[in-house]
Design a protein around this ligand. Sequence first.
Ligand code: COA
Length: 207
Amino acid sequence: MQMKFIEDIQSVFERDPSARNTFEIITTYSGVQAMLFYRLSHRLWGLNLKWLSRFVAMLARWLTGVEIHPAAKIGRRFFIDHGMGVVIGETAEIGDDCTLYHGVTLGGTTWDKGKRHPTLKNNVVIGAGAKVLGPITLEDGVRIGSNAVVTKPVFANETVVGVPGRVLSDKSEHLSFDAYGVSNDNDPNVEAIKSILKRLDEIENKT
Ligand SMILES: CC(C)(COP(=O)(O)OP(=O)(O)OC[C@H]1O[C@@H](n2cnc3c(N)ncnc32)[C@H](O)[C@@H]1OP(=O)(O)O)[C@@H](O)C(=O)NCCC(=O)NCCS
């Protein structure tokens, strides 16, 4: 648990350009504080101290604005930037090196018991305010735009934006993390289509 929490802190330096030192991160980053509470409550859940673990999770919500069910499974180097308004449901599963911004919900769409929350594989980035709902899987390297609502599975390295979520483009060459999930890469196919549409516009405007 201690090692995982240290890794959580280290991941902040890579993903938040404004992070200055460890003391500042521990004392002022509510997303990091929420993870400390989660690592503890998840351990308690595993020890079958169910009420206590939920009580710790509730304290975390009061203090950080982040609600993570203790039974949720979260991998290594997980970072919640800004924190407030994040909800992660009981059967959510999150791989390694994932990042969520404020206002993200990993929620369910049914009251049935059993798996009802999303699964995030590795290196997934979910933008501010996005909702990912149901027992769907977001494969490695998926990026979800801010305020998107996603209810369908997403293939590896795809970017999804809007309501309902639609795939923006295939970023299969995109392997490293970008703060804010934004890339400077230009997909040549998208660029080609854009220039054709622009040219069509120009021709139409002339006639
Ligand atoms: C979705 C996202 C990952 C796309 O990044 P990108 O691959 O660099 O894409 P671009 O910025 O080139 O945008 C491509 C197109 O998608 C649109 N788009 C981008 N983000 C969008 C969003 N959240 N919702 C709807 N459309 C969006 C752009 O307007 C652009 O449209 P166009 O081709 O018609 O001009 C990024 O915009 C995003 O939302 N990241 C999350 C950032 C965040 O939450 N930050 C919080 C910081 S506190």
